[in-house]
Design a binder for this molecule. Structure first.
Ligand code: ZN
Length: 119
């Protein structure tokens, strides 16, 4: 692993900044505050620097896309609503007691596990 990538990995000791999964080969580097690209050019280059880079699993990075953290939280929090609305087998599984909804708020790994020095 190159030194810059290793330093980003070390921010979470190898966990996804968002979901907390242990990172596997192919993990992504995410811009915590999103960068906006137009035709490949970064429109807010002040965000393209080390302090704004965090380790992420590919699925969280792709899902977060260019969202800020509160929009990303809203998106994930809305998944249960969408499952109930859109997925018949989810509703059946719930009726049979196979799924129990918790009503929990979305809390990201970095909110649970990091201190101010680790980012
Ligand atoms: Zn993740």
């Amino acid at each position: 692993m190159n030194p810059k990538r290793k330093a980003i990995w070390d921010k979470s000791n190898g966990h996804c900044w968002y979901c907390g999964e242990v990172l596997k080969n192919g993990w992504h580097v995410d811009h915590f505050l999103p960068v906006n690209r137009v035709a490949g050019d970064v429109m807010n280059p002040e965000r393209d620097e080390f302090d704004n880079l965090v380790p992420s699993c590919p699925s969280c990075n792709i899902m977060k896309s260019n969202m800020g953290i509160e929009t990303f939280r809203w998106l994930i929090g809305n998944f249960v609503t969408r499952l109930n609305r859109d997925v018949t087998i989810y509703r059946h599984a719930k009726r049979y007691g196979l799924i129990k909804e918790t009503g929990k708020e979305v809390e990201f790994w970095f909110e649970k596990e990091t201190n101010d020095e680790s980012k």
